[in-house]
Design a protein around this ligand. Sequence first.
Ligand code: G4F
Length: 332
Amino acid sequence: MTRALITGVTGPDGMYLAEFLVGKGYEVYGMIRGQNNPLAENVRRSVPSVELVEGDLGDISSLIGVMEQTQPDEVYNLGAISFVGLSFKQPELTANITGLGVLRMLEAIRIVGGSDANPIRFYQASSSEMFGRVRETPQTEMTPFHPRSPYGVAKVFGHNTTVNYREAYGIFACSGILFNHESPRRGLEFVTRKISHAVARIKLGLQDSVALGNLESSRDWGFAGEYVEAMWLMLQQDEPDDYVIATGETYSIREFLDLAFSHIGVEDWASCVVQDARYMRPAEVDLLVGDATKAKEKLGWEPRTPFSELVRMMVESDIEDQANKLEESTIR
Ligand code: G4F
């Protein structure tokens, strides 16, 4: 049985990846941090066969311990402070976990190593936020980085460290430069889920409006459930490499709002959206759109979920969820 270790297993990508690997017959370990982590219950419920192990990206001896305990064939480093907005408020924590955390994982792998015949393979969750103020459009694996947030800066460090450990120590280390990938599992702090959740509640009469920041930025939005397959494919190749994973299309927050509100029959949503300076960022990434040609040619990976379908899926899921909660509270 192939063994995989996933950091960040409590996040949406971690859970989709765990389900995917269990489906492939893997023995899956999920690293969780903190005492009595409340998110661990979500993993136990959604993917019960995943074995949870304790470790912290801020503590290298715990990472060495996790490597020794789980003896993984493949390591997927998805753990990070992943909210760009928060990274402006907690830049040092972000640099430590999102940036230095990658170095600690790679050091743990270098030290523990795996067998000579079967060295550990490493996947690093890099991000399109590294492109920031973009130097060219669309962005490819060759586009220079210009990060615009402490999060983006930390991800560049993690990406460069991954490349360096591959070149310096021959570690099978890959970096997936993933553009925004959304799903009904997205946290409520991210704009797509914040909108789908609010739209569902507006439809059910539970709230009147949603407060948002910049509506003009554009992102390349894909479905997280199919991006995890690309992570796995990277680790199945003969040689380690870096890949952009994206849809090749870009849409603004306004366009997301148009589709989400039209799904509940509201064509003019102006009165339902309040602009709130609290959600503006000190520096913004205006436009991201990725070119995933390399992933298509070398991995055979292509996105399948169109933007309109992604928005529909998220709004529908939130309507169902909110309606169930409403029904439960009325019964009580
Ligand atoms: O949903 P967001 O917070 O995602 P962002 O910043 O693009 O980052 C996400 O995708 C990256 C991949 O490119 C990941 F690496 C990262 O971990 C994360 O998953 O914001 C998207 C856009 C931004 O331009 C933001 O300014 O939406 C704008 N926005 C407008 N109003 C808002 C809001 N963002 C949030 N979170 N909340 C708002 O109220």
